[in-house]
Design a protein around this ligand. Structure first.
Ligand SMILES: C[S@@+](CC[C@H](N)C(=O)[O-])C[C@H]1O[C@@H](n2cnc3c(N)ncnc32)[C@H](O)[C@@H]1O
Length: 222
């Protein structure tokens, strides 16, 4: 992909850079009540994390690239659950700072590496068994080149979550984020089938979840 310092990218970076603590609290809430609330109303966050690990294991993967790793909660979780080597990249500097601290705290820093960059600008070269992007396509301006770029780094699996389009919730979410300066995007199932077909890594497997879709493709499947 070509270097992208578009207004869209800058807006997404600034949005997340300013909300690291809020975002991290989804995973590590300040009270048991919040924890219970998140388990019910934000279960999509856990579903996409668990499914990524299940797919990674199912296809015998050992290494992983976590695109848009945020504060590293998933990265560290996956490292603790058997991913042998994992690189997390994120466009927001504060997210990367927090992710590195979390890996250190969790005792998995020797298996994790973090880099602050716009994934669209990540230079090709390194390869991973699986590459995942959880909660990232919500903020990606052009899904096809982004997914195609992901495919350049993966030997076996590409996996991502996609927020679904719904008549009431999606426009409200779009407005809510736009008011805070962050663009958002939504996807219909058939768009994902086409998207994966055009990228050509392998046909999409799509799992519907309450927030939208989890989709992945495996190299070498018909
Ligand atoms: C909603 S958070 C998800 C974080 C983490 N994957 C998770 O599931 O908890 C989205 C993250 O994607 C990052 N992001 C968005 N666009 C990106 C890009 N082009 N390159 C790298 N990171 C990006 C944001 O900075 C943010 O930290």
């Amino acid at each position: 992909m070509t270097p992208d310092n578009s207004e869209h990218t800058v807006q997404v970076r600034d949005y997340f850079d300013a909300r690291v603590a809020d975002y991290d609290a989804f995973y590590d809430p300040p009270s048991p009540l919040w924890r219970a609330f998140n388990r019910v109303f934000r279960k999509a966050v856990y579903l996409r994390r668990d499914q990524a690990l299940a797919v990674h294991r199912q296809y015998g993967c050992r290494t992983m690239l976590d695109v848009g790793c945020g504060s590293g909660q998933n990265t560290v979780y996956w490292a603790r659950h058997g991913v042998e080597r994992i690189v997390g990249v994120d466009i927001a500097p504060e997210m990367i700072r927090m992710a590195a601290a979390l890996a250190e705290q969790a005792g998995v820093a020797d298996r994790c590496e973090f880099q602050q960059l716009d994934f669209a600008q990540m230079e090709r070269g390194r390869r991973f068994d699986s590459i995942v992007a959880c909660g990232v396509f919500d903020y990606v301006e052009q899904a096809e080149p982004f997914l195609a770029h992901m495919a350049q780094f993966a030997d076996r699996v590409i996996y991502a979550s996609f927020p679904g389009w719904t008549l009431v919730r999606s426009p409200l979410r779009k407005i809510r984020y736009a008011l805070r300066g962050c663009p958002t995007h939504f996807y219909r199932r058939r768009e994902l089938v086409d998207l994966f077909r055009r990228v050509g890594f392998g046909p999409a497997e799509i799992l519907p979840v309450p927030s939208g879709h989890l989709a992945w493709a495996v190299r070498g499947t018909p």
